[in-house]
Design a protein. Structure first.
Length: 251
């Protein structure tokens, strides 16, 4: 037989490369709302826990503010009848150093394809980062709001608030991740096999993701429920859907 994806350009390969050319044509309801400026900020998407399935949505809001950093590229092998098949696994972190952070992992036959895929995966996984104060609340938030921890494999990472001016007291990899998240002062404590770079980065990312999971007293204000963007712009979504159907029929 031809093997998996013999004449199809790999799994989703051709479609991804063609999609990068020209203007962005959204294929999801959320994408259409963002493209037509119906949703103003990324926080509106997080507020209603809407699934982001197009990386261009994140690019639309953050644009050139997003910086990507390749944290690790490692070869991985699989034993087959024909011998060993070597592929490359890339870990990429994206962030704007102002409260947004994403982590992407991608495996591919070529290093460039792995990095490109990991950047897209990281943009799809961008999360909001909550920052707080140590002691007096003056100036901009500079540290984590409370003690948080995350784990991946045997690695467990704990983030501890630090006074202003302390800096990030951490190893090289989590220090880079925390700075890209916009945290300037933080103590860290890590246990487990920290030499496994992928798990070390993931545990830091999971810990940062928990900053909005803890309900502190300042968030105890009554919740005012509003309509989700899908409900608010129902008529617009219906019009665009009808227009697309009419266009397909003409073709």
């Amino acid at each position: 037989g031809r093997g998996r994806g013999g004449d199809r350009g790999g799994r989703g390969g051709r479609r991804g490369r063609e999609g990068e050319k020209g203007d962005w044509v959204p294929v999801t309801k959320l994408g259409r709302l963002v493209k037509n400026k119906k949703i103003k900020t990324l926080e509106d998407i997080y507020m209603f826990s809407l699934a982001v399935k197009e990386y261009q949505i994140v690019e639309e809001f953050l644009g050139t503010q997003l910086v990507d950093e390749v944290m690790k590229i490692s070869p991985v092998q699989k034993q087959t009848k024909a011998g060993q098949r070597t592929r490359f696994k890339a870990f990429v972190v994206v962030g704007d150093s102002n409260g947004h952070l994403g982590l992407g992992v991608k495996c591919s036959k070529e290093v460039t394809l792995a990095i490109r895929g990991a950047i897209i995966a990281a943009k799809l996984a961008v999360i909001p980062v909550r920052r707080g104060y140590w002691g007096a609340q003056f100036g901009a938030p500079h540290t984590v709001p409370c003690k948080v921890s995350g784990s991946c494999g045997s690695v467990r990472m704990r983030l501890i608030p630090a006074p202003r001016g302390t800096g990030i007291v951490a190893a090289k990899a989590p220090k880079k991740v925390l700075s890209m998240a916009g945290i300037t002062d933080c103590y860290t404590r890590a246990t487990g096999h920290r030499k496994t770079m992928g798990n070390f980065i993931k545990s830091t990312y999971y810990a940062i993701a928990k900053t909005y999971g803890y309900l502190t007293p300042d968030l105890w204000t009554p919740t005012v429920f509003t309509k989700s963007p899908y409900q608010e712009h129902t008529d617009f979504l219906k019009e665009t859907a009808d227009r697309e159907k009419a266009g397909k029929k003409l073709e």
